[in-house]
Design a protein around this ligand. Sequence first.
Ligand code: IPM
Ligand code: MG
Length: 357
Amino acid sequence: MSTYRIAVIPGDGIGPEIVAEAVKVLDKVGAKFGHSFEYTYRLMGGAAYDAVGTCFPEDTVEVCQKHDAVLLGAVGGPKWDSLPGAERPEKALLKIREGLGLYANLRPAIMHKALAKACPIKPENIGDSMDLMIVRELTGGIYFGEHGWREGKYGPEAYDVERYSEMEIRRIAKVAFNAAMARGKNLVSVDKANVLEASRLWRKIVTEMAADYPEVTVSHMYVDNAAMQLVYRPNQFDVILTSNMFGDILSDEASMITGSLGMLPSASLADGTFGLYEPSHGSAPDIAGKNIANPIATIMSVSMMLRYSFGLEAEAKAIDDAVTAVLDAGLRTGDIAEAGVTPISTTEMGQAICDRI
Ligand code: IPM
Ligand code: MG
């Protein structure tokens, strides 16, 4: 029997509720396939701020590194919105990504056939399915460039710098090329090379690397056009490679095409097998504590954990298939419920998925 050690950071808002369901699913997988999952619970974000006075307890990175993977819910909420930028819950998220070297963020956007009605795109433009993967650079760009306040031409001003090194572009592009090789062999690199110098470097490196992947069809798209193409014909995409900021925006857009923000999982990977797994959505403070949030993005994130960090493909597929089965059976949380369907709760959705594993 293999044992996997997971650091669990439930976080704020709906975080604890959706993480509890994902843990339930992991335990079911463990029981069925003969693995044991051990959990170490940690505070981060607003919950940590309230408990110990900082959103990012000093030993967070060290503790996570002693585990095989990290499961994270979500952080942030209005209660902590007035904290200075460097102390905010969101900053803790950036620090853990940076501290653990998680530069590659995989965000698969899959529209289940059963959710076609929840998809805002015209059926003739999407067909009955969509399956694309956003590969988002996660530890560089404007999120991590120099930022601050200064005296400018018009008085006090704030600034954030978009910057990328060749090395950072090359390593994330490699992840995207490999993802394309394992999927439909089509890669669209999204940038703003008509305006930004960092994007011109991005495009140059991706173009150079394309020569090493002759089987992959590579094209480049400006981000404004990509945002438009995503709602126009989402099916044209297989793998989208993009920067930190553009990936943040396009992944929310892609998730909505799948029916709800509550459906999009994510894996944040370092070199090797270590990774942090979290839903792409936020802490949804407006619905926190009501047992109505959709746990599917978090549950699909643990499926990614099994696949990418532990190499447990059959186990991952068991979760994916259970999610599909639950949706096919017509079970819906409020965010994906069609008119006339009575939504089920967070815990009922978690249980329904466990029951089908
Ligand atoms: C995400 C989130 C985060 C990001 C925030 C909460 C810092 O929006 O993971 O997409 O911008 O990366
Ligand atoms: Mg986001």
